[in-house]
Design a protein around this ligand. Structure first.
Ligand SMILES: O=C(O)CCC(=O)/C=C/C=C(\O)C(=O)O
Ligand SMILES: [Fe+2]
Length: 314
């Protein structure tokens, strides 16, 4: 029953490219505060709402949502590789419950996850092994997307599953806010790249290095103002976070996919993880916000946001 929420942007460029010292220091303060909050809460299990960047999920079968009963981190962008500590019986029970609540969630007994899932675990727990984690993939990259209402329904179903259970649950959302990094799009990808996002599992190190180099090059150009990707949209980000803060989730669930892309970039759909997490938290009880941080960081191609929430009726 006790539930706590952490929602945070991720960036594969974090700690890998230079940012002004003040920005780096500010982020470190926020991350340290998050670690303190999470350690004080002492979760038994993390429900990790995570997107994927064509490392675990491909267009040969692209579900809108998927719960993993086992997961392997692939180690892109020097993130940790190896098995996540997934409580398989609990994850399967969760999937059965969510299905019973009319959400057609997929199930994976061998999920592959990437930096999107691993980075927040590394920041909060120092790695991927120490904490039991149920990964919940929420497609935030590959069009077409589920309506936002369904994201809310998924989150509420997950919250309701835990409502009568004893575990202390940290719902952790990874991704967002406005940003448009060079993640391939089916509509515009040339044919070799289409093949890679169709069924490009187990990429060779050379292919991975080439794709990662493109992200670094784009970030450098973006910081210098010469990249062609969509700009960050701090006012969109602030409005999104304000709706999260005030619990106006029905307004978030009325966002249209097309408008999100046009206002805040192709990868703004990663905020779906936030909506799922806030819906889970709200389904347990009214919540109050703890930590809140926002900064547009061009070097990371990120409107970088962090929020925590917990029941206000504690
Ligand atoms: O080319 C690829 O498929 C990999 C690109 C990639 O993984 C970029 C990721 C960017 C983010 O995760 C982000 O900014 O949210
Ligand atoms: Fe991402």
């Amino acid at each position: 029953m006790p539930m706590h929420l952490v929602a945070m942007s991720h960036s594969p460029l974090l700690d890998k490219v230079d940012v002004p010292e003040l920005v780096r220091a500010e982020l470190e303060v926020v991350f340290e505060s998050l670690r303190k909050v999470v350690s004080a809460f002492a979760p038994d299990v993390v429900v990790l709402f995570t997107p994927d960047h064509y490392n675990g999920f491909f267009y040969d079968i692209m579900p809108p949502f998927c719960i993993g009963t086992a997961a392997e981190a692939i180690g892109d962008f020097e993130s940790a590789a190896g098995s996540l500590n997934v409580p398989d019986d609990l994850a399967e029970e969760l999937a059965r419950f969510v299905l019973s609540r009319d959400v057609d969630v997929a199930l994976s007994r061998a999920m592959h996850v990437d930096h999107g899932a691993v980075q927040p675990l590394e920041i909060l727990f120092g790695g991927i092994e120490s904490i039991p984690v149920i990964p919940v993939f929420v497609n935030g990259v590959a069009e077409p997307f589920a309506p936002m209402t369904r994201v809310g329904t998924l989150g509420r179903a997950i919250g309701e599953f835990f409502a009568d259970r004893p575990e202390r649950v940290l719902v952790l959302a990874s991704g967002g806010l406005s940003h448009d990094p060079p993640v391939p799009q089916w509509a515009t990808a040339p044919s070799p790249l289409r093949k890679a996002i169709l069924d490009g599992r187990n990429r060779t190190p050379a292919a991975r290095a080439e794709r990662e180099a493109r992200v670094f090059a784009t970030a450098r150009d973006f910081a210098q103002g010469t990249a062609t990707i969509q700009d960050l949209n701090p006012s969109w980000d602030r409005e999104f976070m304000s709706l999260c803060r005030s619990g106006r989730l029905e307004e978030l669930e009325s966002y249209s996919s097309e408008q999100m892309t046009s206002d805040a970039g192709h990868s703004s759909h990663e905020v779906r993880t936030w909506v799922a997490a806030f819906a889970a938290q709200a389904s347990i009880s009214p919540y109050e916000i703890g930590i809140e941080f926002y900064k547009p960081i061009r070097e990371y191609i990120a409107g970088f946001g962090v929020m925590t929430a917990t029941s206000s009726s504690r």
